[in-house]
Each structure stands twice: as C-alpha cells, then as structure tokens.
Design a protein around this ligand. Sequence first.
Ligand SMILES: [Fe+2]
Length: 292
Amino acid sequence: MSADPANNGPPPGARADWTIDQGWDRYSEAEHQVWITLYERQAALLPGRAADPFLRGLDALDLHRAGIPDFARINEELKRLTGWTVVAVPGLVPDEVFFDHLANRRFPAGQFIRKPEELDYLQEPDIFHDVFGHVPMLTDPTFADYMAAYGKGGQRALGFGHLHNLARLYWYTVEFGLMESADGLRIYGAGIVSSRAESVFALDDPSPNRLGFDLERVMRTPYRIDDFQQVYFVIPALQTLLDVTVGTDFAPLYARLEGAKDIPIAAIEPTDRVFTRGSQAYANAGGRTQAA
Ligand SMILES: [Fe+2]
C-alpha cells in the first residue's frame, strides 16, 4: 500500500521513482532462514485453502528455493508470463508513486524481512508479505490486468478526491479477497495467504461475515488494519475484478458515494449475498487485544 503523500521526496539512496536495488547478495543466512520458515509454514497450510491461481503462481515462480528470492530471477518468469516485474522500495511509498508503478506493471515490494522473533507480527509489509503474498497472483493474466487497471484507477481517484473509497476495493480484494471454487471458498488476498493465523480464520472461523462482492458495497465498507477482518467479500472468479474495474464509469460512482453513508463494518444489508452470517464473536470479545 502507500504512504502519507505529504512526504514528497524519495529517501536518500532511492531513485526518483522511489526504487532501490534489492541487494540480494547482502541478505544474511539468518534472514534467508526466516523466509524458509515462513514459506514452509504457509506451503503446508495453503493447499485446499488458497485459490488455484495463487498456487499455480507459487509453483511457476519457484519461490521456495534457497531462501529470499532474487527479484532479477523471478522477474524473468513474471515478465514472460504477464509483463509484470517486482521492484524494491525502502518502505511505504506515496500514493501517486504507488499507482504509477502499478499502472506500468511494476509491483513495489519491501526489501527487508521481519525478525525471527516477530514471525507473526508486522508493522509494515516486508518482503515475505509483498513477494510471497502478492507476486504469485501477478502470474495470472486476468489478475495481472486487474492490478494494472487498479493503478490507473488510483491515478484518477486522486483527482476525484475519493482515494479512501478506492483503497477499500484494494483492501477487500488484493489484500483480503476470497473466491468461490467448485470445492468451496478459497483465499487469494495477500494479507491472508501470507498469514498463518488469518489463512485459517478467514475460511474457518464462525466470527466474520462472508458476503458476495459488489463494487459499490465494498467501497462503502470500512476495514480493520489492526486485526482480523470482520467481513470478507467473495468473488465468483477473477474476471469479476477486471470487469468491474474496466467496465465501471467511476465518475458517477464517486458522485453517488458523496451522498452515501458508510456501511458499518459488521452490518449485513438486505441486498447482500450471504455466504456466512458471522457471529462477530471474535471482534465482540475484543479481538487481538484480548488474545492470550
Ligand atoms: Fe500487501
């Protein structure tokens, strides 16, 4: 995601587009081992939970190998498949920089990896979230087109002053999306597939609502940044994301949103397609603040 636009220049050592060298040769053995530990945990958990396009992407990019992937290596395959590349950035980047990268099929990824003692705790997206979580989906041609369209939509949303609405689309799809499959619901959002606990919670816990995806509905729904989601939105197929993004005239949509109230995070509307009517027990008990 992106950072406060008030900060208007790249940090020292970064290029004008905020990219830096990955510096793959400088990772320590301990850092590679963190990747391997996280990779092995998720690889064991995700079959039967993650959507097929994610699992196919994971295989295509061969992300396990000997630790933290070298962007130069994965970019060869990614570029061949969908024209995308991964670029290293020092941390969160301003909105306009983020959208320009996406619109041009470059995914900005954190270069650092979390500490061994913080495997399940992230203040800022690291390379495991960004590369393991996001990049496999970018091997899928439909999702790849959606992400580029989202970048272009973000550039327009800045002009309309409705970025907070569009950011909810990213959140509830790219980060925390669920998808239907012949065998039941599957996860594809990067925030879920890169998290051991949320990979289970998002599909199995009776607490959250699971509702059919609707663009305007999603854009009116706030989200949690500090805990498991209280609502997940389910798409029938990746094509839905591309269709609504390129097929919607966002100017009148933003005009309608001016007069529309946000929908409370745990609410279920009469028009919602309900997959799960959640108990909200987890959130009502205080969520992570109450966890042992
Ligand atoms: Fe992310």
